[in-house]
Design a binder for this molecule. Structure first.
Ligand SMILES: NC(=O)c1ccc[n+]([C@@H]2O[C@H](COP(=O)([O-])OP(=O)(O)OC[C@H]3O[C@@H](n4cnc5c(N)ncnc54)[C@H](OP(=O)(O)O)[C@@H]3O)[C@@H](O)[C@H]2O)c1
Length: 236
């Protein structure tokens, strides 16, 4: 019998986040809390409710608002009751410009850092009691190969890459602080989404299938590491 699992995902209006919800609600054993900035406008997400075999709850959440992050806790408590949260997926992110180190707008870096690092970090703080109560105790943080100094992607996408290096270090610190959790950073591949663009290499479905398989086989032994979707370790 597959386990009954609970999931909390950010940025599910489109792209990789939406695809996570699509694949997860196809299983009757999953309870999915899908969050996005404006659920009223998230047509494709709302459409998943009708065919869902699992339980789907949609909540509004702007991950740049610390107030909103704190406000979501009561709703999560109401949905989960006595259950814990098996998986927190910090997917929501922005990439505001293909800027460079000496020309980016300081305000772009602040905004990007807020959504891509501060939000995921604070969300993990407020949801930690639910995660600790669960069976899987898993946090998936979205990074990118662009944030790897070892891979050396040179000057492009400065603010985005700086922010994603921040979530990579957050992953390392979370893993070292709570060894009983499994916290990994991932690069989903170059995916055909609004962020990835039409020239990207793979569909969201392929990326998410691989990421779910990676999550299913990851344990605290892999915690604090950075992986491609297929599980190859990426240098920091
Ligand atoms: N696509 C790629 O090739 C690629 C490569 C490497 C890493 N990644 C990472 O993969 C993750 C998913 O990216 P994607 O390709 O699916 O991007 P996407 O198509 O641009 O989708 C981004 C999602 O994040 C949401 N979002 C943005 N700001 C938000 C905020 N303040 N609060 C809540 N949600 C917010 C968007 O919601 P709205 O609809 O409200 O804007 C949208 O649902 C990101 O972390 C990205 O950095 C992607």
């Amino acid at each position: 019998m597959p386990d009954n699992l609970t999931w909390f995902i950010t940025g599910t209006s489109r792209g990789i986040g939406l695809e996570f919800v699509r694949q997860l609600v196809a299983e009757p054993t999953n309870l999915v809390i899908a969050t996005c900035r404006t659920p009223d406008k998230a047509t494709e997400l709302n459409d998943l409710k009708s065919g869902a075999k699992g339980e789907l709850h949609i909540l509004p959440l702007d991950t740049s608002s610390m107030e909103a992050i704190e406000g979501v806790v009561g709703h999560v408590q109401g949905i989960l009751g006595d259950r814990g949260l098996d998986y927190l997926i910090n997917n929501a992110a922005v990439n505001l410009a293909d800027d460079r180190a000496f020309n980016f707008k300081p305000d772009d870096l602040l905004k990007t850092f807020n959504v891509n690092v501060v939000g995921p970090a604070h969300l993990a703080q407020v949801l930690l009691p639910f995660i600790e109560k669960s069976q899987k105790k898993f946090i998936l943080n979205f990074s990118t190969g662009l944030a790897s100094m070892g891979l050396d992607h040179e000057p492009k996408a400065a603010t985005y890459s700086i922010s994603k290096t921040g979530i990579s270090m957050l992953t390392h610190k979370q893993a070292k602080t709570k060894p009983e959790l499994t916290v990994i950073a991932v690069d989903p591949g170059w995916v055909k989404t609004v962020m990835g663009g039409a020239g990207a290499l793979i569909e969201p479905a392929e990326s998410v299938e691989a990421l779910l398989a990676l999550m299913a086989r990851s344990t605290p032994a892999e915690s604090g590491k950075f992986f491609t979707r297929t599980g190859t370790e990426i240098p920091w």
